[in-house]
Every structure is written in structure tokens, then in C-alpha cells.
Design a protein around this ligand. Structure first.
Ligand code: 5GP
Length: 125
């Protein structure tokens, strides 16, 4: 069930639990501001989730409340992860779902990185 992205941050969400080490993940990259790990239910040959370590519900929340260092760190990390995974040559897709119409399921900001094959149309028709 999609979440209401206007609600306050819920520290019991699954990605908060991953950040606290309560649930395992297959880590791809980690630094001061960011954790990236493989999606548990991949929708493409490469499907990585990139999350900020701070408590942000969505892109909307992050873009309002995050510090310049967190925002720069997050954006640069997404590019670095894709480059280091060798995704630039054949291309990749970034996706962030925000709230109900986008179908956001986990109320902690995450960017999906999809790659590894032609990804089809941008939106389901
Ligand atoms: P959303 O629909 O919120 O944009 O995407 C949530 C994503 O989180 C989904 O692609 C889903 O497969 C992934 N996911 C949900 N629970 C877990 C988990 O416990 N571990 C990992 N690695 N991915 C998860």
C-alpha cells in the first residue's frame, strides 16, 4: 500500500532498520551520508537502491530539510555508484517514487538505479 509522503518520518520503516543494522542487506556502497544496496526484488538485471543516512521520508522532505552537504553527497554518490558499476556505457535509469500516486512503498527516501538491459518505456501504459 503506497505511503502518505506528507506524514512525519517513521523510524520503524524497513530502510531505517537496515541503516541500524537490524536487517541484513547486500551493500554496494557506503559513505558518511549514503548507503546503497541491492533491491530484494529486482526489476532489472541491476537494481540498486540508494538512500541517505538521514531520516527523510521522500525527495520532497529531503529537498526541504537536508543540508547542502547531505544533498551534494547524495547526488554525487548516485553518480559514483553508477560509474563504478560500469553502467554509464550502456546507460541506466534513475527513479524516485514520492507518495501515493507514484506508489512509494517505503517511507524513507530512496533512488532506484535500474540497468543491465533495455528498460522499456518510461511509464507503464
Ligand atoms: P518504492 O515502491 O517505495 O519506490 O520501492 C521500495 C523498494 O524497496 C522495492 O523495490 C522493494 O523491492 C524494496 N524493498 C522492500 N523491502 C526491502 C528489504 O527489506 N530489503 C531490500 N534490499 N529491498 C527492499
Amino acid at each position: 500500500m503506497p505511503i502518505d509522503a506528507t506524514l512525519p518520518y517513521d523510524a520503524s520503516n524497513i530502510f531505517a532498520r537496515i541503516l541500524r543494522g537490524e536487517i541484513p542487506n547486500r551493500t554496494v556502497y557506503e559513505d558518511e551520508h549514503v548507503l546503497a544496496f541491492h533491491d530484494i526484488n529486482p526489476q532489472a538485471p541491476t537494481h540498486v537502491l540508494v538512500i541517505p543516512k538521514g531520516a527523510y521520508v521522500s525527495w520532497d522532505d529531503f529537498s526541504v530539510r537536508a543540508s547542502e552537504a547531505e544533498i551534494a553527497g547524495f547526488i554525487r554518490a548516485v553518480g559514483k555508484i553508477a560509474r563504478e558499476a560500469g553502467l554509464v556505457e550502456h546507460g541506466y535509469r534513475l527513479l524516485a517514487n514520492i507518495g501515493q500516486h507514484a506508489g512509494q512503498e517505503v517511507p524513507h527516501l530512496h533512488i532506484h538505479i535500474f540497468a543491465g538491459a533495455p528498460l522499456g518505456p518510461m511509464l507503464a501504459r
